[in-house]
Ligand binder design. Structure first.
Ligand code: HEM
Length: 415
């Protein structure tokens, strides 16, 4: 439990705390919380030691390993060792670069349908709206199901299931009852098991992720994955596959609304500029803002000794906003990601998708999807912020804006 106590200190006001540490620790250093200590790795050249060279000395941090367990089970995000290696090999083809052209059609269709339903002058919460959109896309691409009627209820259940995890993070030494989150999780399970049942009864291979999971056999035993294993992978991709991209696109709309002249450039330049916006938005507001690891055995990082059971933190929130790597770091400047300028960014100073063998398996998917969403919508609408007050952060597992972001639509070409 002690390591969780350290987390409580970090997570009660996470961003302020992380920033304070960043000022005190420019390269690598330790902070002690009673018997537990945390090592911040705040220099890009050390990051490969954690994520690649000494990856065997670390496992995922306690938030993913312990607190997220009821939701993700032994899925890709949370499993370790040989199990992780096997599952990663199994899932990777469904998210490989070559698959994206096929998924892109679905992404365009869903985004266009959403834009068809909009009228100039309307106001709504763009975070919520992006969640529904990316949820629909992930269901169609990975599970070959459409969920237009359930999307709202599923979205609510996902938020409810997370509220337990959020409360639990704040009081790690108590075991909180799951309350309403339990029922929400049960309904989410029922949804995912429903996908599995439906596919088993339909039979055959539709070529999507669910087919791949159901048809896969263990290399040694020749056994199929059981329903629980399929459920864990499916739930992981179902959740990890939409919330992060929704958050990234929502922050992109926020930044565009604050710098509206970029809407014209986006319309003129299309997908390449959409990618620049998305990348710059993930620099300023990285949806995954820290990577945490627990230390499995005594080791070192850049000559700095690190002890078993310590917590190691790499913070995108610090690296991406560090003036050593990004001049005038708080300025929104999508041209930092012009290909020739992007090539000059120091290696590992920009790591929205992590790195090494646990690098985000959905990174091509997310970049393709984010670009298409920005490009498709910006052709038809611009957005302005309903309130000029900057949104507060809600740094949970992803960096969400606390009360959403309300925007007002303007149809392109209309006053
Ligand atoms: C902008 C969107 C996204 C961001 C910023 C993001 C970020 C990340 C990061 C930083 C990690 C590594 C975490 C760690 O090392 O502790 C990760 C892992 C993962 N992501 Fe993403 N992700 C995004 C989209 C997606 C999508 C679209 C999917 C699936 C379709 C996905 C599925 C996963 C999975 C399964 C893992 C675990 C991989 C493993 O450990 O082998 N992510 N993501």
């Amino acid at each position: 439990m002690n390591i969780l106590r350290a987390l409580r200190a970090i997570f009660s006001d996470r961003l302020a705390m992380i920033e304070r540490l960043g000022r005190e620790i420019p390269r690598i250093g330790r902070v002690d919380y009673g018997r537990v200590s945390m090592v911040l790795v705040n220099s890009p050249e050390l990051i490969p030691e954690v994520l690649i060279e000494r990856a065997d000395d670390f496992v995922k941090g306690p938030v993913l390993r312990v607190i997220s367990r009821p939701v993700f089970g032994d899925g890709l995000l949370t499993s370790e060792g040989e199990l992780h290696r096997q599952r990663r090999r199994l899932v990777a083809p469904a998210l490989a670069h070559q698959r994206m052209a096929r998924y892109a059609d679905v992404m365009r269709e869903h985004t266009s349908a959403l834009a068809d339903s909009w009228r100039g002058g309307e106001t709504f919460d763009i975070v919520e709206t992006m969640m529904r959109l990316t949820l629909g896309i992930v269901c169609r691409t990975l599970f070959d199901v459409d969920i237009p009627n359930e999307a709202e209820a599923i979205g609510k259940d996902i938020t409810l299931a997370q509220t337990w995890a959020m409360r639990q993070i704040r009081v790690p030494f108590l075991r909180l009852p799951m309350g309403k989150s339990r029922a929400a999780l049960a309904r989410l399970n029922e949804t995912v098991y429903g996908f599995i049942r439906e596919r088993r009864s339909r039979g055959g291979d539709t070529g999507d992720l669910l087919s791949m999971l159901l048809l896969a056999r263990d290399e040694d035993t020749g056994q199929h994955l059981d329903d629980l294993a399929v459920r864990d992978e499916a739930m992981t991709l179902f959740l990890a596959g939409h919330e992060t991209t929704a958050v990234a696109t929502a922050w992109s709309w926020y930044l565009l609304a604050r710098h509206p002249w970029y809407f014209d450039r986006l319309r003129a330049e299309g997908l390449p500029f959409a990618l620049q916006i998305l990348k710059e938005s993930m620099r300023l507001f990285p949806p995954a803002y820290v990577i945490a690891r627990s230390v499995l055995r005594d080791t070192e990082i850049g000559g700095f000794p690190v002890r078993k059971d310590e917590l190691v933190i790499v913070a995108q929130w610090l690296l991406h906003r560090d003036a050593r790597f990004f001049p005038d770091p708080l300025r929104f400047d999508p041209d930092r990601f012009l290909p020739e300028r992007e090539a000059l960014i120091p290696r590992n100073a920009y790591i929205p998708f992590g790195g090494g063998r646990r690098i985000c398996i959905g990174n091509h998917f997310a970049l393709t999807e984010g670009q298409i969403i920005l490009n498709t919508i910006a052709r038809r609408f611009t957005m302005e912020l309903v309130s000029q007050r900057p949104p507060e952060f809600q740094p949970l597992i992803t960096l969400r804006p606390k009360d959403g972001i309300r925007v007002r639509l303007q149809a392109v070409g209309q006053p």
